[in-house]
Design a protein around this ligand. Structure first.
Ligand code: C5P
Length: 218
C-alpha cells in the first residue's frame, strides 16, 4: 500500500497514545489505538465469562468482536465502553490475553483496515515489527517506569478513576515484563525504529520530534 503509516510503539503509559493522537490530528491522518482492541477482547471475555487461558476460544471471540468507533466513543455490542476499557484491571487482562497467537492473528485484518487515505498513525507494541512493517516512520516511544507511573496516575485521577501510585508502578512493571518476554510479537525496538525517550520531554516536544522525523522520512 502507498498509504503512509507512522508506527509508534512503546511500553505502557509511555505517552505514545497521546502523542500518536495529536500527530494524527496535525497531519489529518487516521488514528489506530491498537491497545484498545486488546482491551476490548479482554472486556468481552470477562462479560462472556470465557476462561482467560482458553486461547482458541479467545481467538474466536476476537475474530467476532462487534465493535465500532463513533465520534471518539468505542462501542462494544451496542454498549459504550470508552472509559470502562481504560481501567488497570482491564489493562492487565489485555496483556494476559495478548500473549496468544490466536488472539493476535484475529486482530490483524481489523488493524490493517485502519490504513486509509491520506494516512495512518498507529500506536501499540508491534505496529512497526508485525502489523505495518512498511511504515514510513517507526518510533519507539519510551520513558522511565517512574515517569510512566506518574503519568498514568495523573490520567486516571483526571478521569475520576481511583488510583494508587505504588500499585500503578507495580502493575506497569508486570505488564512491561510480560509484553517484552512473550514469544509472539514481543515489545521491542523494531529494525529501523527511532527511539524517543520522553521522561524529560513535554507532550509538545515529543509531538514536534515525531513530526520533524516524518518530514525527513517522506
Ligand atoms: O497500549 P495499552 O496499554 O492500551 O495496551 C494494553 C495491552 O494490550 C498491553 O499491555 C499489551 O499487552 C497489549 N497490546 C499488544 N499489542 C498491541 C497493543 C497492545 O499486545 N499492539
Amino acid at each position: 500500500s502507498q498509504i503512509p503509516v507512522i508506527a509508534i510503539d512503546g511500553p505502557t503509559a509511555s505517552g505514545k497514545g497521546t502523542v500518536a493522537a495529536i500527530v494524527a490530528e496535525k497531519l489529518g491522518f487516521h488514528y489506530l489505538d491498537s491497545g484498545a482492541l486488546y482491551r476490548l477482547v479482554a472486556l468481552a471475555s470477562e462479560k462472556q465469562a470465557i476462561d482467560p487461558k482458553n486461547a482458541p476460544k479467545l481467538g474466536v471471540l476476537a475474530q467476532n468482536l462487534q465493535i465500532s468507533f463513533e465520534k471518539g466513543q468505542i462501542i462494544l455490542n451496542g454498549e459504550v465502553v470508552t472509559d470502562v476499557i481504560r481501567t488497570e484491571s482491564i489493562g492487565l487482562k489485555a496483556s494476559a490475553i495478548a500473549i496468544y497467537p490466536e488472539v493476535r492473528q484475529a486482530l490483524v485484518g481489523l488493524q490493517h483496515r485502519f490504513r486509509q487515505i491520506p494516512g495512518l498513525v498507529a500506536d501499540g507494541r508491534d505496529m512497526a515489527s508485525v502489523i505495518f512493517p512498511d511504515a514510513v516512520l517507526k518510533v519507539f516511544l519510551t520513558a522511565t517506569a517512574t515517569a510512566r507511573a506518574e503519568r498514568r496516575y495523573k490520567q486516571l485521577i483526571a478521569k475520576g478513576i481511583p488510583a494508587k501510585l505504588g500499585d500503578l508502578l507495580q502493575d506497569l512493571q508486570e505488564r512491561d515484563a510480560r509484553d517484552s518476554s512473550r514469544g509472539t510479537a514481543p515489545l521491542l525496538v523494531a529494525d529501523g525504529a527511532k527511539v524517543l525517550e520522553t521522561s524529560d520531554l513535554s507532550i509538545e516536544q515529543a509531538v514536534k520530534t515525531v513530526l520533524d522525523w516524518y518530514q525527513s522520512a517522506i
